[in-house]
Design a protein around this ligand. Structure first.
Ligand code: ATP
Ligand code: MG
Length: 259
């Protein structure tokens, strides 16, 4: 894909480059969409929060969503993550129309395919690090030993092997965030959705978390959609989607776009 992009840039393309590039990749079957969002409209009462949002996100792509407070970023992420439903539009995951799934199927689909990382890492306070991470696997029907082994492996990967028995209140902010990432990954989801994942971290922990996302993508080919106010993170992602007033308003003149 990188070769295609370099070739495309060399051909002297300008204005709307990325959309055209994706279009051409689709034509040449190089762009494999993991998530397709089509014309999403979301209202709260009379307030239209999403005004017809459409976007395709590629398999293994790391996309960031940025934009002013109230633009609709979290709402869009929640809809992509099937935690909320729009008034109209479609969300396809690997071709599956998730809005057509019944509640039970949806819960299963979510458990198996999507990992969530939120700013205020909702770890369960009464459970240990190990239990918090193993939980989604246990809910998904994994055997106890298998779930705990996998959790240990992931926590080792996150450098948390000596914190397995700590409760969330006994961890630092950065450690808690890494536990939350491990929990999001335990079921090997194809997609990780993160809402301000580094919002509560200091610079060093922030950078480590960002590096971790890229490492995971390189090693496990996961797709990431990250809502962030962090310009350095957004700048490092494959593509930046700018949201304003319930719409995606790409391309943005100042954005650097690398696929
Ligand atoms: N449950 C709700 N009921 C009514 N309005 C809501 C609800 N949730 C969100 N909104 C409104 O929808 C708009 C978009 O909210 P959203 O949380 O998606 O914004 P955001 O882009 O994530 O902002 P921020 O950067 O501050 O997190 C806001 O104006 C908000 O007030
Ligand atoms: Mg938000």
């Amino acid at each position: 894909m990188e070769e295609l992009w370099i070739g495309f840039k060399k051909s002297g393309a300008n204005g709307g480059e990325l959309e055209r590039f994706i279009y051409l990749c689709k034509l040449s079957n190089k762009f494999v969409a993991m998530i397709e969002v089509k014309n999403i409209i979301k209202r709260y009462g009379t307030l239209e929060v999403l005004k017809g949002v459409s976007v395709s996100i590629g398999d293994g792509e790391i996309v960031s969503i940025v934009g002013p407070s109230g633009a609709g970023k979290t709402t869009l992420l929640q809809i992509i993550g099937t935690l909320d439903k729009p008034e109209s539009g479609e969300v396809l995951f690997n071709g599956t129309n998730v809005l057509g799934l019944k509640d039970k199927e949806l819960a299963r689909f979510r458990n198996q395919n999507i990992g969530f990382v939120f700013q205020f890492h909702q770890l369960l306070p009464e459970f240990t690090t190990l239990e918090n991470v193993a939980m989604p696997a246990l809910i998904g029907g994994a055997k106890r030993k298998e779930a705990f082994d996998r959790a240990k492996e992931l926590l080792d990967y996150m450098n948390l092997t000596d914190r397995l028995q700590h409760k969330p209140s006994q961890l630092s902010g950065g450690e808690r965030q890494r536990v939350a990432v491990a929990r999001a990954l335990i079921n090997k989801p194809a997609v990780v959705l993160a809402d301000e994942p580094s919002g509560s971290l200091d610079t060093q922990n922030k950078q480590e978390l960002h590096r971790l996302f890229f490492k995971l993508r390189n090693e496990m080919n996961q797709t990431f959609v990250i809502v962030t106010h962090d310009e350095s993170l957004a700048g490092d992602t494959d593509r930046v989607l700018y949201m304003r007033d319930g719409m995606i308003v790409n391309p943005q003149p100042d954005s650097e776009v690398i696929v």
